[in-house]
Design a protein around this ligand. Structure first.
Ligand code: ADP
Ligand code: MG
Length: 326
């Protein structure tokens, strides 16, 4: 690399510490030293983004930096954890400074919005690949998990006000040349695909209210399947209640349902809660500027049923987005 590895790390990925309460030692030593607040547990998650698989080479580096951190923060949100710090392992084909400056900008803009700090990483030459690990904290016993859904619980999903599920998949299909959209519509769904907003504040608000939670990365049906398996329950989804954006709503109904149910890359929170929690949930969401939709219920009998507006069962062939079969 023209720019040496250490110069690159110093120039783009080293900043003065800003959360001294948690970060005793950041970038520059053999290890970072983190101090959890007294009595808290660490919530730790790691997500890798590979060019061509998780992002397209056409993405602007600012948006790539944003998304790489956003998808990791989404996992902390799904656990109800408060983000503290992250590491970045980066493989780069070349030390392209325009790319690096943009990437760092996108990463740090989002990091600053959540008050978290980059504390270390690794940098190497190789095919473009970003692997982040995020560290968050949560009071013992309060993490939202996948295994707590109970029969009778309501099933909820978050969405952007004016947005819905399936928009990122719609954008991906435009990039793949399978569909075309008006420029304005494409910009809107492209933003959903490239700039997902992790629902961190909502996740914190769901502590003590949600019985189970997961973030939507692989598609609603596949991700809900994880909650159902871990909790030993089934569910029914009323498809009329799925949140669909005005842009996706202009597509044929079958495609709307396919993308909302199994599109992937939504980064919304899917969770279950006792029916009595409804008004508390709605005020928690309102306080964070995110919309919630009740889309179904948890049932004792295993399996997932999709219901139409009259309560009749629909058969739609779907599967979650699986990297080894898609
Ligand atoms: P080591 O060889 O001991 O693993 P490195 O030489 O790889 O350390 O890295 C030097 C320092 O820079 C370490 O503190 C490491 O955490 C940090 N670092 C390396 N790459 C990155 C990166 N992409 N982002 C943030 N910190 C990094
Ligand atoms: Mg190293």
């Amino acid at each position: 690399m023209a720019l040496g590895e250490f110069d690159l790390i110093r120039k783009y990925f080293t900043r003065p510490s800003r959360s001294a309460a948690h970060v005793v030692l950041g970038v520059g030593d053999d290890c970072a030293l983190l101090q959890p607040a007294s009595g808290m547990q660490w919530a730790i998650s790691c997500d890798m983004l590979v060019e061509g698989r998780h992002f397209l080479s056409t993405v602007r580096p600012e948006r790539l930096g944003h998304k790489a951190l956003a998808v990791n923060l989404s996992d902390l949100a799904a656990c109800g954890a408060r983000p503290v710090a992250f590491t970045l392992a980066l493989a780069l084909p070349r030390a392209d400074e325009v790319f690096l400056a943009g990437l760092a900008q996108g990463l740090f803009d989002l990091a600053d919005r959540h008050g978290i700090e980059l504390v270390g990483g690794d940098t190497t030459a190789g095919p473009l690949n970003l692997c982040l690990t995020v560290f968050g904290e949560v009071p013992p016993g309060q993490a939202l998990r996948r295994d707590g859904a109970r029969p009778g619980d309501a099933l909820w999903v978050s969405h952007a006000i004016g947005g819905g599920l399936g928009d990122a998949r719609l954008a991906l299909e435009v990039f793949r040349g399978q569909l075309s959209l008006e420029a304005e519509d494409f910009d809107a769904v492209r933003l959903a695909m490239e700039m997902p907003q992790p629902r961190v504040a909502l996740g914190l608000g769901l502590r003590g209210l949600a019985s189970a939670a997961i973030d939507l990365s692989d598609g609603l049906v596949g991700d809900l399947g994880q909650i159902l398996r871990r909790s030993g329950v089934g569910a029914a989804i009323e498809v009329e209640n799925l949140p669909i954006s005005p842009v996706l709503a202009r597509q044929p109904r079958a495609l709307q349902l396919e993308f909302a149910l199994a599109g992937g890359d939504d980064y919304e929170l899917l969770f279950t809660a006792a029916a009595a929690a409804e008004s508390l949930l709605l005020s928690a969401a309102a306080a964070t500027g995110v919309a919630l939709r009740r889309i179904g219920r948890i049932e004792a009998a295993p399996g997932l049923r999709l219901l139409d507006s009259r309560g009749c069962e629909l058969t739609i062939a779907l599967r979650g987005f699986d990297h080894f079969s898609a």
